[in-house]
Design a protein around this ligand. Structure first.
Ligand SMILES: Nc1nc2c(ncn2[C@@H]2O[C@H](COP(=O)(O)OP(=O)(O)O)[C@@H](O)[C@H]2O)c(=O)[nH]1
Ligand SMILES: [Mg+2]
Length: 395
């Protein structure tokens, strides 16, 4: 069942709006007083919000989408009433546009230049989201002359650079001792494996900031087998691992190991929808202090919309970048690039296999671009623009 909300300056006004739109299908559940209207928190006034549901579950899809949109818009406005950065607001506007573009992107067929049609198709093959596709095709339509468009290869290569320009990667973090790295993210995306890889590359001196003394912390003692998994890695690398269950544990452990170079924190990967667990975890991670670097791990095989949901669900952790895992499981990374661009998130690391520590590298625009299909990349030119891929040891 779907719950909906409607606002009005009075109870009657809100109710009339609901009736006008849904008639008798709407079943009112509750109401509450809210602050509404105003711009950026100014000039707000009191109003009423009614929560209701529709008895008839067969509302047409288009209607549902429209309602979702209204709901998203309302949430966006509500959020704007709090203190927000322009960047955050802009990325939410893009996410909103992404929802609107869903399903409507292929409409532009009539009279379109064949190169642009082929471009749209190529982007779709690579799993780019509808919004990303339509914006990119619109840019190509605006920037290329008819003559340019006749050179299909040139167009594809230029577009590949535009795509590369939307990829951002995390900047080097401020040096800290101990450096605390925390991984959060949904279950099964590869957090524990990534922690082990990070531990190993730091220990082996293969990272930009090598670390001699490393400790592993885990707050994933809930899942059967989770502890054994990290303990196994820890013993192979002869690194100590501690289990942290309470805020006090976390504070005590960090205080005890303040002379360590690097502390890697593995976390429980409860479903992002499990709000209580996430709130508990947030308390624990807050105890790591403001200097802790939190990264969100997501699998490259996740659909753009789902990825955007995950980005939003984990927003309270204030992660500074995204670890894209399981790149080896997909040849199409448009979904990842769309989500990162729409939500304006930098990528931090990419993992592409189960081997510890080989299958990890710092995120780099080239790695994504070279993974795309059908763009015929001009590698030297791309390297000129984005730098060469750093070497990495592979077995
Ligand atoms: N193909 C592939 N599998 C991975 C990668 N990273 C992790 N895995 C596998 O994904 C599964 C879940 O990994 P795990 O680290 O336990 O995930 P967690 O629940 O997020 O801690 C394991 O079977 C890992 O070997 C990757 O980059 N590529
Ligand atoms: Mg795990």
């Amino acid at each position: 069942m779907q719950y909906l909300v409607e606002q009005g300056s009075t109870h009657r006004e809100a109710l009339e709006r609901i009736r006008a739109r849904y008639g008798d299908a709407a079943q009112v559940l509750s109401h509450r007083t809210v602050r509404q209207g105003g711009f950026m928190g100014l000039f707000a006034r009191e109003g009423v919000e009614i929560t209701f549901y529709l008895r008839d579950d067969s509302i047409r899809e288009t209607e549902r989408k429209r309602v979702d949109m209204e709901d998203e818009k309302r949430k966006l406005l509500e959020k704007m009433n709090h203190e927000r950065t322009l960047q955050e607001v802009l990325s939410e506007v893009r996410e909103l546009k992404e929802i609107m573009a869903e399903g409507g992107a292929a409409a532009q067929a009539e009279g379109e230049h064949p190169t642009l049609m082929a471009l749209e198709e190529l982007l779709e093959t690579n799993d780019f989201s509808p919004l990303y596709r339509s914006e990119l095709v619109a840019k190509a339509r605006a920037e290329f002359s008819l003559e340019d468009l006749d050179d299909d290869l040139r167009v594809r290569r230029a577009v590949l650079e535009w795509i590369g320009d939307t990829v951002s990667v995390t900047a080097d973090p401020k040096p800290a001792r101990p450096r605390v790295i925390v991984l959060v993210g949904p279950t099964g995306v590869g957090k524990t494996t990534t922690i082990a890889k990070l531990a190993a590359i730091h220990k082996l001196g293969l990272s930009a900031q090598p670390a001699k003394e490393i400790r592993l912390l885990t707050i994933d003692s809930f899942r059967i087998g989770a502890l054994q998994q990290i303990e196994k890695y820890a013993s192979i690398m002869s690194m100590p691992v501690s289990v942290v269950e309470t805020v006090k544990d976390m504070k005590d452990t960090l205080a005890m190991y303040r002379d360590t170079d690097l502390i890697l924190v593995d976390t429980i990967g409860k479903s992002p929808r499990d709000a209580v667990r996430l709130a508990e975890m947030q308390e624990l991670l807050d105890a790591c202090g403001p200097g802790a670097e939190v990264y969100l791990a997501v699998s490259a095989t996740t659909k753009t919309q789902d990825m955007l949901d995950i980005f939003r669900q984990f927003e309270p952790f204030r992660y500074r970048g995204v670890v894209v895992t399981k790149m080896d499981e997909t040849g199409r990374v448009g979904n990842v690039l769309s989500a990162l661009a729409v939500a304006n998130k930098p990528a931090a690391w990419i993992t592409d296999g189960q081997k510890v520590p080989m299958d990890i590298e710092r995120a780099h625009p080239l790695r994504f671009l070279l993974n795309l299909e059908g763009f015929a990349p001009d590698r030297p030119k791309l390297e000129e623009r984005y730098g060469v891929l750093p070497e990495r040891s592979r077995s």
